[in-house]
Write a protein that binds this ligand. Structure first.
Ligand code: AVI
Length: 323
């Protein structure tokens, strides 16, 4: 007999990522790109945790404070005895303030790609909240997957904090929100955090911090290529850069080649001119009206929005129609 407090663990993780194939295809395209999903190996995840603590990186602390202050209002908008689905739950810390404020939440489904980390975090949550039925689904939430059906709860409400939605391009963001709308079904809800457009200097500092942690996070992609794909490259020949592109309303992160150079990966060579860029990440910033329009395009109705006193960050509550 298992002494697990977890009601179920569903492993829907895709076959191993094709890291080599993705790197070769990204560096063969023009302009060159590398997918941001490869930031998050063990070192990258630790660097991201450090980014969240940086004085210049306001999103995490602003959203956390907003959630703490507004959790009772969020809970009353969401209602009683719901099922909460969290996409990309990580160490399952952020949702606790919501679960503590909700009226008798019935069940919680933790969704994340990192299998062992998910199992441990979901087990811990399940033993800390014995009144809630806790399920875990190991899945890549950027792709379609099935969520467990017929779990306890009067309504399904998705939770997607952290402004991770900003890392999707708008068409992908809309498709992803559309999949969430289908997961929660008629009468379902979505509580989602999204970073706001603001003074460019604030954005520039947040993504070009003075301690160089964001630079190390970005350059870690090249370390992974070197170590895991037996790449032959000089990491010191590249530097981090992040700019705000006002036309698209997004921060764009790049790795910039400091000289003319050739690198080899898996027996293939790639040439770089001095100043040539590899695009590694977008972080879209949304005004309230823009983000509510995105939600509507995905099948949601905008119900409520909460913002911090400086209007840096917003948390939105959306609902699907009653069907
Ligand atoms: C995960 N995501 C919301 C972060 C962001 O702000 O777009 C990733 C990040 N990249 C550099 N700093 C933080």
């Amino acid at each position: 007999m298992s002494d697990s407090a977890l009601a179920s663990f569903n492993d829907l993780s895709p076959a191993e990522d094709d890291f080599l194939g993705d790197v070769v295809s990204g560096l063969s395209s023009s302009p060159k790109t590398l997918p941001c999903k490869y930031f998050y190996n063990e070192r990258g995840s630790k660097l991201f945790d450090q980014i969240c603590e940086l004085p210049e990186y306001y999103p995490t602390r602003t959203e956390t404070a907003l959630m703490r202050v507004k959790a009772p209002e969020m809970a009353s908008a969401i209602g009683a005895e719901v099922l909460i689905l969290e996409y990309g739950c990580g160490s399952i810390e952020k949702v606790r303030v919501l679960l503590d404020a909700l009226d008798r939440p019935a069940s919680y489904v933790a969704i994340d790609i990192s299998r062992e980390h998910l199992r441990v975090a979901a087990e811990t949550l399940a033993s800390d909240y014995p009144a809630i039925q806790v399920h875990a689904v190991c899945a890549d939430f950027s792709q379609y997957f099935e969520v467990p059906s017929a779990l306890p709860g009067k309504r399904n409400v998705a939770f997607f904090p952290g402004s991770t939605i900003g890392n999707f391009e708008p068409a992908e963001a809309r498709a992803f929100l559309g999949r969430i709308a289908r997961h929660v079904g008629p009468g379902g809800g979505l509580l989602i955090g999204a970073d706001r457009k603001k003074d460019e200097a604030v954005l520039h500092a947040a993504y070009n911090d003075s301690a160089g942690v964001t630079a190390a996070f970005n350059l870690n992609l090249l370390s992974r290529v070197e170590e895991e794909l037996d790449g032959n490259l000089n990491i010191k020949g590249f530097e981090h850069d992040a700019i705000y592109n006002g036309v698209y309303g997004r921060v764009e992160m790049y790795l910039v080649s400091l000289c003319n150079q050739e690198i080899t990966i898996g027996g293939r060579s790639f040439s770089f001119g001095a100043g040539e860029r590899i695009h590694t990440e977008y972080s879209h910033k949304y005004d309230i009206e823009e983000f509510q329009a995105l939600g509507r395009a995905a099948g949601f109705e905008a119900k409520t929005v909460w913002s911090d006193p400086e209007d840096l960050f917003s948390v939105y509550y959306f609902e699907t129609g009653s069907g």
